[in-house]
Design a protein around this ligand. Structure first.
Ligand code: GAL
Length: 657
């Protein structure tokens, strides 16, 4: 153990990353921010401290995100990510003791709705370095009696948002908060005292445990994932032959990393520099996942600067980031190893780089994603990766001098511009995502008995929820974030329908148009490429494999064909459709169109027309010799008759949790 791996990155093959093969389709792709760093106009412990901080820069308007929320959510969406981590500014919600600012709370609730409506899952952090001045004046985390104020704020936010927010971080980087604020004096309150740092550390873990237990006991508590976010800073001996350098590395590692991680497992916490450990009620097992923020390693000697101004030592081959510490992606693997023993899912809640001219960031992103992908292959349970940060922002003691964003921010005009690295991240993310899902949901349940004569089949409940929900659940697992549901002319019946994870849009027609007419009618809402499925069929195939066939064939349309069906309706040869025969008049048919296909929008535009027409009968014949065939014998489940509906019900009962 404790080897300091360095690899030759010129040898690494990034193709799987670029081609969407490095991560599973349900991997959480995110970007992260924190309230005080982007919102602007905050009054809290930080705004009070800023005039005396190292850079003396004031956060001021920051990115003015408070007034640009909707546009900024658009920027997140443009990156193609599925998750967004933000923090809730306690000082806005509770500006004075006992006061509750409903408007501010509503702002976060609206943020959540805006994210969800774009298919982005929110992750909320309850403490990210900032706290109200009234609470700071009472001693903040130095006094145990103060904890209940923060837990109270947390439970109220949880009550407001947990019906929509599944992911929660209690405290961001307690070790950084404690060290920077109470040992190095770089963060508020600018203290240098081990004694005070010990109380703060202890109370932060008490607060975390109390918060976790309180939220878990609330409505939605069980279904939400609540965890601590730990910054892991690696410490390596500068001279590996020097026992003093080793001693220092081990000491700092135990103080900054190990004691914090260990306490989640044992429930006993020995704060840095303390001699004894204390059992904290509720601490043991108080994290459903562990958030890992990883930036770098530090090389240790007994004479390390305790002032951040002095350049840290680096290896000769390492590249310094603007923060002066080196880029060391190999260390991310070691960070994973450090938390592995907790036996809970790992999420990279922050990773990024200060890089003003954006010449390091693309490689920084690739390396850290590569390390993450390899660790997953080696069995680590890593669920997601949040890039720090969405946009350049107020970097605490460094003010605006350190730029971490995927979007450049001009702090005078507040204009945001996507950087090259932002394009790199977006393209990796998008290569791992599946396209828009289009669902043909127009048909009525005519053969399903009296009751369903007037309701669309896709809304018929099977195993506790509409078949439409099952279809969306499957598509989301396969990496789709957006769905367009073509409701035929009975659109009103879909009013109020929601899916917890997918952004779903509905499109209606004035009178029945047939399958082709419905697509033509909705062409303005189709993305350049989409997955087409039927709203009364459950067809759980692997979309990634279907996409691979489609990409290799470079076809305008790729249809999924099964050979395990009692009927046949098409003939295919050499991976291409030769003829489609819905009426099954031909004798040498060798496949059955199973219902899921990938379509280039150009097909709709080139083959479509006004009026009533059938998609299959028109387009499939016109694409004979051109449409690609994806062979997959996964059964599809339709619900055309009560007997088939019963079979589907049984299948879902057995196959879904
Ligand atoms: C983390 C912190 C973030 C951000 C980042 C970059 O420690 O959580 O707020 O500032 O570092 O230095």
């Amino acid at each position: 153990m404790w080897t300091e791996e360095h690899r030759d990155w010129t040898e690494v093959d990034y193709k799987p990353l670029a081609q969407g093969r490095a991560f599973s389709s349900d991997f959480m792709w995110g970007v992260a921010t924190a309230s005080h760093q982007i919102e602007g106009g905050n009054t809290n412990n930080w705004s009070a401290f800023e005039p005396g901080s190292k850079s003396q820069q004031l956060s001021g308007e920051a990115c003015d995100h408070w007034h640009r929320r909707t546009d900024d959510v658009g920027l997140i969406k443009d990156l193609g990510v599925s998750h967004y981590r933000f923090s809730i500014e306690w000082s806005r919600i509770v500006p004075a003791e006992g006061e509750w600012n409903q408007e501010a709370a509503q702002w976060y609730s609206d943020l959540v709705d805006e994210l969800l409506s774009r298919g982005i899952q929110p992750m909320a952090t309850l403490h990210h370095f900032t706290q109200p001045i009234w609470w700071e004046e009472q001693g903040g985390f130095e006094r145990e009696e103060n904890i209940h104020h923060w837990v109270d704020f947390s439970t109220r936010m949880f009550a407001l948002l947990s019906d929509r927010v599944e992911w929660w971080c209690t405290i961001n980087e307690p070790a950084v908060f404690t060290t920077m604020g109470y040992v190095l004096g770089e963060f508020p309150p600018g203290v240098r005292s081990f004694k005070r740092a010990r109380s703060v550390a202890m109370n932060m873990m008490k607060a975390h445990a109390a918060c976790y237990r309180a939220l878990k006991a609330m409505e939605h508590g069980e279904k939400c994932e609540i965890g601590l976010v730990k910054n892991i800073n690696l410490f390596d001996p500068y001279r590996r032959w020097n026992p003093l350098h080793w001693f220092q590395a081990r000491l700092l590692d135990s103080m900054f990393n190990r004691c914090w991680i260990k306490c989640l497992k044992t429930g006993r916490f020995k704060p840095p520099s303390a001699l004894t450990s204390t059992t904290i009620p509720g601490l043991k097992g108080s994290s459903d996942f562990i958030g890992v923020n990883y930036y770098t390693h530090l090389l240790t000697t007994p004479f390390m600067p305790t002032k951040v101004e002095i350049d840290p030592l680096i290896r000769p081959w390492e590249q310094r980031t603007d923060f002066r510490y080196p880029m060391y992606a190999e260390g991310l693997r070691r960070a994973f190893e450090m938390v592995k023993g907790l036996n809970i899912p790992i999420i990279v809640t922050e990773n990024g780089v200060a890089d003003d001219d954006d010449d390091m960031r693309p490689e920084h992103i690739r390396r850290h994603l590569q390390i993450t992908a390899e660790a997953i292959t080696d069995g680590f349970d890593i669920r997601g990766f949040y890039h720090w940060s969405l946009m350049d922002n107020f970097e605490w003691a460094e003010g605006y001098d350190q730029r971490f964003g995927l979007y450049h921010v001009d702090f005078a005009t507040k204009q945001r511009t996507l950087k090259e690295s932002g394009k790199v991240y977006a393209s990796i993310v998008k290569s791992h995502r599946r396209p828009q899902l289009v669902i043909m949901a127009g048909g009525l349940g005519t053969r399903l008995g009296e009751m369903t004569k007037t309701i669309p089949k896709s809304l018929v409940e099977v195993n506790g929820k509409p078949i439409l929900t099952h279809i969306l659940d499957w598509a989301h697992k396969q990496g789709c974030l957006h769905a367009l549901v073509l409701t035929g002319h009975l659109g009103e019946q879909f009013e109020g329908f929601r899916h917890p994870r997918m952004a779903v849009k509905f499109h209606q027609e004035a009178s029945p148009l047939g399958t082709g007419g419905a697509l033509w009618n909705a062409r303005a809402h189709l993305e350049d490429q989409f997955i087409l499925v039927w709203g009364d069929d459950y067809h759980p195939i692997n979309y990634t494999e279907l996409m691979n066939t489609h990409n290799e064939a470079e076809a305008p349309l790729t249809m999924c064909v099964t050979q395990a069906h009692n009927e046949m309706n098409l003939k295919h040869i050499n991976g291409l459709l030769e003829s489609y025969d819905k009426k099954q008049e031909q004798v040498d048919l060798n496949g059955y169109e199973a219902g899921t296909s990938i379509v280039e929008k150009s097909v709709v535009l080139n083959h479509g027309k006004e009026g009533v027409w059938s998609w299959e009968e028109t387009v499939y014949s016109e694409l004979a010799g051109k449409a690609a065939i994806h062979l997959d014998n996964t059964p599809f489940w339709d619900m055309g008759t009560p007997e088939r509906l019963a079979l589907l019900e049984k299948f879902l009962k057995e196959s879904t949790p």
